[in-house]
Design a protein around this ligand. Structure first.
Ligand SMILES: [Zn+2]
Ligand SMILES: [Zn+2]
Length: 768
């Protein structure tokens, strides 16, 4: 029987080769009708034999589904049959013009392309830029919309006849794949020395020489998809140490790349989920527990208990590893905290002192995009840095806003975010705005993405912190309404919007520092929060932190603050010499800081939990300085033993109508006593983590009693700590709470912009 059906499909179905697939299946099954994109997804009308339509639906959703598509819903309804329907067409529509439906993330080389690259008879055999509709660069090469070849950095390469035939054939895997190219017509690679002098040309020569240099322990800057990497043999400790020194004593753990999952398994524990993530089209860096006896150079990732591994994600990477390379450090091509470098000339200029050679190519990278970093919380993948492979995939909101919104984000680990209609478009990781180059990159990126996504914000959201560069930037914009949102509220809102909720919930935001509503620096907050408003329910009892910005780097500052807070007038430096000398040997400096605290000079009241982690790590002798964000807390987490159930005492104090206060004085006393007794640091660290994990449900239970809410939303940088967060989630569930945490965006300040945008979108959607 002949039928006609209207089929509406939602999910990630645009910009992933969905309509050509629909066309191909419809042709194969002799069905007539049409397909088009709209704001919700893809709409299809199909006419033909009933069983053929049924087959179509099965093939589209299972067997023939484009690899990058994710179908959220598929609704089919019968509609009247049309006479003389004899062909199937792809219709263009208004949604065609929307950049969001066209510009997708950069995707790892697919299996079909890898097979062709290895096939001696294929005309793209060994070609380092092979790609198709299902893989290759997108976001990093697009300059403007519509997403057509002339608007990408591929515009300078004229397609050869063979490539053009595939590009224009709707039945071909490369139909409208904008970066399509081959050895005859596309980009090329070459190798230069660190002055820019070409030393090898031709794919084979270049690859062989690069592999040889890496084998000799040399550092090679390799241009990839989103920017340059600095590559060095990960098993050669001397080579890795040399790279660290040349990168101006970069202390951060280095990420590594290899071609086979089996190689990763020799050095790290790879769960089934982790393997799936490593092999996913996004191909992020995945943090994996280190295995004992791993032969990875110790200086790759000291002071942490994980290795960051990724698999090859560009054809060029595969060609390199075919030369017998085992594992490479592949760290961002930049100096300290500057933006990732993506241009050839700039790479030579900035990295000439760091790299011995440069593997260049002439496909221009228009937008630099860092590698994404993902770890596991509650056995679910959660990003720590959201960039390549994930950006610009939007987050869908329940609300639709009538006005476009720009959210400026936070100053550390910055991302910014646009809200347009029912979508949140969060930028890739931008970095710490205090670096002048990063700040300029931030401004340029805002302008570029606003143009690309055709956003004209009338409402601008920023943090409450008057000193944030992002706040000042937002306030400098003219003709817009500026809304300021408290930092920790934004953290909680980011969880709400991801889960499609408005709240209220019990929001728990634990992080380094954020500006509070009364001028204090907050950082361990329990709030009753919705997208509409929040009320502070409880927090860590304030302690006096001296030295502004230095306080987040030098652990002596929170250490003295907490000791002073705990022991009050009884606190004497001389009685703690044994403890303090390993944190700050200069006793006069100790004295100065203590006086600052006592007199309240250059001192702020804070409830920062991050700084408590710094202090405890320093007290346990794990270091005294954060060379990078959360270095000390990560070292503290790394040593905690997992089978300890003990914890320290703490108090929840309520006075008058003030918020509940979490007082850790007893914990500090007991912890110091443990050290004096000679208790192992590994045990003390576990007891400390347990204390924080137990204090939180205690606070949440009081919040439940007074509000009847039983959903807890967790966010903030401290929840990047796996030991604490996993422990906490279990405890909260045991106490009958429903627990929500960030899944799509980072729990650290990289998620702030999404929370800000969600709050503004909610407010705007309710205004008439
Ligand atoms: Zn492909
Ligand atoms: Zn070609």
């Amino acid at each position: 029987m002949v039928k006609r059906q209207k089929i509406v499909i939602t999910g990630r179905v645009q910009g992933v080769g969905f309509r050509p697939t629909v066309y191909r299946i419809a042709q194969a099954l002799s069905l007539s009708g049409f397909v088009y994109n709209d704001t919700k997804g893809v709409t299809i009308e199909l006419q033909g034999q009933e069983e053929k339509i049924a087959q179509f639906l099965v093939r589209l959703q299972c067997d023939d589904k484009p690899p990058l598509a994710e179908i959220k819903s598929c609704n089919a309804v019968d509609i009247p049959v049309i006479r003389d329907a004899d062909r199937f067409i792809i219709e263009t529509s208004d949604a065609e013009g929307s950049a969001l439906s066209q510009v997708t993330a950069d995707i790892t080389t697919c299996r079909d392309c890898l097979a062709e690259m290895a096939d001696k008879d294929d005309f793209r055999y060994g070609y380092p830029f092979i790609n198709c509709t299902n893989c290759g660069p997108r976001y990093s090469i697009v300059k403007t919309i519509p997403y057509d070849r002339p608007n990408t950095t591929m515009s300078v390469f004229k397609m050869c006849g063979k490539c053009a035939t595939q590009y224009t054939d709707v039945t071909d895997r490369r139909f409208h794949a904008q970066p399509v190219a081959c050895g005859a017509c596309g980009p090329k690679i070459w190798l230069t020395d660190n002055k820019g002098k070409t030393i090898r040309t031709g794919t084979d020569n270049t690859i062989t020489e690069t592999a040889k240099l890496l084998g000799e322990g040399k550092t090679v800057a390799i241009k990839g998809i989103g920017g340059f990497h600095l590559a060095v043999d990960a098993l050669n400790d001397q080579a890795v140490q040399r790279l660290r020194q040349r990168k101006r004593h970069d202390h951060k753990p280095f990420a590594m790349m290899t071609d086979l999952i089996e190689k990763i398994k020799e050095h790290a524990e790879v769960s089934v989920l982790a393997e799936k993530l490593l092999k996913s089209p996004q191909s992020p860096i995945v943090l994996l527990p280190k295995r004992e006896n791993s032969s990875i150079a110790p200086s790759v990732a000291s002071g942490v208990n994980t290795f960051g591994f990724m698999l090859c994600y560009a054809p060029l990477h595969y060609l390199l590893f075919e030369q017998g390379i085992d594992i490479l450090v592949m760290t961002s091509g930049n100096i300290s905290d500057e933006p990732l470098i993506c241009k050839n000339e700039k790479a030579l200029q900035r990295l000439g002192q760091v790299a011995d050679a440069f593997l260049m190519h002439d496909r221009e990278i228009y937008r630099q995009v860092d590698d994404s970093v993902v770890h596991f919380i509650d056995e679910q993948p959660v990003p720590l840095r959201r960039a390549r492979g994930y950006v610009p995939t939007p987050i869908f909101m329940e609300q639709t806003c009538r006005e476009d919104i720009f959210a400026a984000g936070a100053d550390m680990k910055n991302t910014f975010c646009f809200a347009k209609q029912n979508q949140l478009i969060c930028s890739e990781h931008i970095g710490d705005l205090e670096d002048a180059e990063v700040y300029h990159h931030y401004i340029d990126s805002i302008k570029h993405l606003a143009k690309l996504f055709e956003v004209q914000p009338k409402i601008v959201v920023c943090d409450l912190h008057p000193g944030y560069l992002s706040t000042r930037y937002a306030q400098s914009l003219s003709g817009v309404k500026v809304v300021q949102v408290q930092h920790h509220w934004a953290h909680i809102a980011s969880v709400l919007v991801e889960h499609g909720l408005d709240g209220p919930v019990i929001g728990i935001a634990y992080d380094g520092t954020g500006y509070g509503t009364e001028g204090a620096i907050w950082g361990c907050e329990c709030m009753i929060a919705s997208l509409e408003k929040f009320e502070r329910f409880g927090h860590l009892a304030y302690y006096p932190l001296a030295g502004a910005d230095k306080a987040s780097k030098e652990a002596i500052r929170p250490t003295l603050a907490l000791l002073k807070k705990t022991y009050g007038d009884d606190f004497k430096l001389s009685e703690f010499t044994w403890l303090l000398e390993r944190i700050e040997p200069d006793t006069s400096k100790q004295q100065v800081i203590l006086e600052q605290i006592e007199k309240g000079v250059n001192t702020v009241e804070t409830s920062s939990l991050g700084r408590v982690f710094d202090a405890v790590a320093a007290i346990l002798g794990l270091g005294s300085y954060n060379h990078f964000d959360a270095q000390l807390p990560m070292a503290l987490e790394a040593i905690a033993i997992s089978n300890i159930e003990e914890y320290y005492d703490f108090e929840l104090i309520r006075t008058d109508n003030k918020p509940l206060q979490l007082d850790l004085g007893k914990m500090i006393r007991q912890l110091i006593a443990d050290i004096k007794k000679g208790q192992a640091a590994e045990v003390i660290s576990a007891k400390f983590h347990n204390t924080i994990a137990i204090a939180l449900p205690a606070m949440a239970k009081q919040a439940r009693e007074s509000t009847n809410l039983d959903t807890v939303a967790l966010s903030g940088g401290v929840f990047c700590n796996r030991y604490l967060t996993n422990c906490l989630i279990k405890l909260l569930r045991k106490n009958g709470f429903r627990v929500l945490f960030n899944r799509e965006i980072p729990a650290n300040d990289g998620g702030i912009s999404v929370g800000q945008a969600a709050i503004a979108a909610y407010i705007v959607s309710r205004e008439t």
